[in-house]
Design a protein around this ligand. Structure first.
Ligand SMILES: Nc1ncnc2c1ncn2[C@@H]1O[C@H](COP(=O)(O)OP(=O)(O)OP(=O)(O)O)[C@@H](O)[C@H]1O
Ligand SMILES: [Mg+2]
Length: 209
């Protein structure tokens, strides 16, 4: 019998983090950029992939990626993870910002996630839109086997709303939310002008382990 020698130092796979929700304006891009910056500042090698034709993360990257020592690329989402395998030795984290859609390319990105974060504002329309997202995660076997295990709703842009009933809606959909919400603060807009992420990002980072 012929044995195939294993490489002495197998190439470590980058960790795969995806921000998604079909609802617009919930904070996907903001939190994806903030997380990328925070991980890069902690010494990780980070690639931020912008799969949203709006191109906000790409535009931010053209201005600030070099400053923060991370890579930002636009990608249409199709075949995203096959291409990323080849980047294994060069990056510790691949972070994907998705458009506010349930679409084939986006689901391909979602299906390959190890960590899937679903930002919502503390408002019923954002929770109603989460119903179809939860349905997708529950229905699609490939996704349910991977991403859904690590999916977390992130309450973002909170003020003084009563979150308990909204948290119950998340549970009713079979999803889990991070314990700590990310409050609304003007400092988040400064991220786009090159500021570091506000400290209220910490619970999200902690959830990544
Ligand atoms: N915690 C926060 N506090 C205050 N403003 C915030 C916060 N999070 C995001 N924002 C602001 O909300 C707006 C929408 O954020 P963002 O573009 O990240 O949402 P999105 O989910 O990516 O939107 P889209 O669905 O269009 O891609 C931006 O102006 C952003 O600066
Ligand atoms: Mg966005």
């Amino acid at each position: 019998m012929t044995t195939i020698p294993l490489p002495a130092n197998p190439v470590p796979a980058p960790r795969r983090l995806v921000f998604w929700h079909q609802k617009g304006g919930t904070g996907k891009t903001t939190l994806a950029i903030a997380t990328a910056v925070a991980l890069a500042r902690a010494g990780a090698r980070v690639m931020l992939l912008d799969t949203d034709p709006q191109g906000t993360a790409t535009a931010w990257g053209e201005r600030w990626a070099e400053h923060w020592g991370l890579a930002v690329r636009a990608h249409d989402g199709a075949g995203l993870w096959q291409g990323v395998e080849r980047l294994g030795a060069r990056f510790d984290w691949i972070i994907v910002d998705c458009p506010p859609l349930i679409a084939a390319n986006t689901l391909e990105a979602v299906a390959g996630a190890q960590h899937l974060l679903l930002p919502v504002r503390p408002a019923l329309p954002d929770l109603w839109a989460l119903e179809a997202v939860a349905q997708v995660l529950a229905d699609q076997a490939a996704i349910a086997a991977g991403a859904a295990l690590h999916a977390r709703v992130v309450f973002n842009q909170t003020r003084d709303e009563e979150l308990a009933p909204l948290r119950q809606l998340v549970l009713d959909l079979g999803l889990r939310a991070l314990d700590a919400p990310i409050p609304a603060a003007a400092a988040w807009a400064d991220l786009f002008a090159g500021a570091p992420p506000p400290p209220t990002l910490a619970p999200l980072l902690a959830a990544l382990g």
